[in-house]
Design a protein around this ligand. Sequence first.
Ligand SMILES: [Zn+2]
Length: 197
Amino acid sequence: MKLPDKILNVVDMFAKIPGIGEKTALRNVLQLTKWSEKELETFANVLNELGTLQNCQECGTFADDSICGICNDVHRKKSQELCVVETITDCLAIERSGQYRGLYHILGGVLNPLLGVGPDELRLNKLAQRVKDLNVQSLVLAISPSVEGDATSSYIKGLLPEDVQVDRIGFGIPMGGNLDYLDSMTISKALENRRKM
Ligand SMILES: [Zn+2]
């Protein structure tokens, strides 16, 4: 039996999500067919809203407005501490650990000359600017341990005034490890065991 296109079209969209295969997609969509028209409309509307999602002009994470809740937090600003991560997912992983109370800066990746990612492709100028504007005293680099991650960390260290303390987390983070896959405990330990660069 061939299912109606109205179902198959939605299945195709669900199957685009990494980690969701055809089978899971179909199972989800069959569940959706039980929803009321009103509920489906709400679902469609919230999905639509994702299209207008903004990034915080300061740290680069998701935001409802031009500045995110973390950057607007007075206590976090007062910390004069910045945690540099590669991706928004990394930032969320550290937030989940509950161990860090400073501000963030999302780079958008690491330096990778082979893939054409140079300093201009990352938010490095913005980082230097924020360190100055916020009078940041301490920077913690939560950048993955890899050849590219090491190069990026050294580059950042060289970019900042010498009196800014730069630490790197690393203990417990496996080589090439992605923060998103680590449990909160491992992240907490890694933050505790930061070492001066
Ligand atoms: Zn922000």
